[in-house]
Design a protein around this ligand. Structure first.
Ligand SMILES: [Zn+2]
Length: 162
């Protein structure tokens, strides 16, 4: 199945075998967005490949790709805070998406200070360029996602403007 979408043949094109770790990490971030229907995105991962890793349970060699330092942007963070605190409910009902521009209380993020919610997701797709791994996973094109995000963010800015 991968062979169809990557390279399309044995000669010439670089296939998945030549994919760089960076591409895998980028595609993984893109994948987390898609797998959660746009609810969150995991990015800024650092990867260390440990070819000599031994599985502690089986005692067998099992090469490992260890990921650290994730940043999680979670669209639902601000909604959750609004529901929990009560302050936000009225505000949210006043203007669609009002929770995003919200008050300072909304700045408390579910996944820590680096959680920038929808803006963080939008920023990722601003710089993300889909690679062979994205295509192999048949992810929605990054440029299409970017377009959708821009639309939804600008609609927040212009609340009520049909
Ligand atoms: Zn991608």
């Amino acid at each position: 199945m991968f062979a169809e979408s990557v390279g399309g043949g044995r000669g010439g094109d670089a296939g998945l075998a030549e994919v760089k770790f960076y591409d895998i990490l980028q595609a993984f971030s893109h994948y987390t967005y898609e797998a959660t229907s746009g609810e969150l995105l995991v990015c800024d991962l650092q990867g260390v490949f440990e070819p000599d890793h031994v599985d502690s349970t089986s005692g067998r060699p099992q090469p490992l790709f260890r990921l650290t330092d994730p940043v999680i942007h979670d669209v639902s963070s601000s909604k959750l805070r609004a529901a929990e605190d009560g302050w936000g409910r009225r505000k949210v009902s006043e203007t669609a998406g009002g929770e995003v521009e919200g008050s300072k209380a909304a700045q408390q993020q579910r996944h820590g200070r680096t959680d920038r919610r929808q803006q963080g997701i939008a920023d990722f797709f601003e710089t993300h360029r889909c690679n062979a791994v994205c295509r192999a996973l048949r992810l929605t094109k990054g440029s299409d996602v970017r377009h959708e995000l821009q639309k939804s963010i600008s609609s927040i800015g212009a609340a009520g403007d049909g």
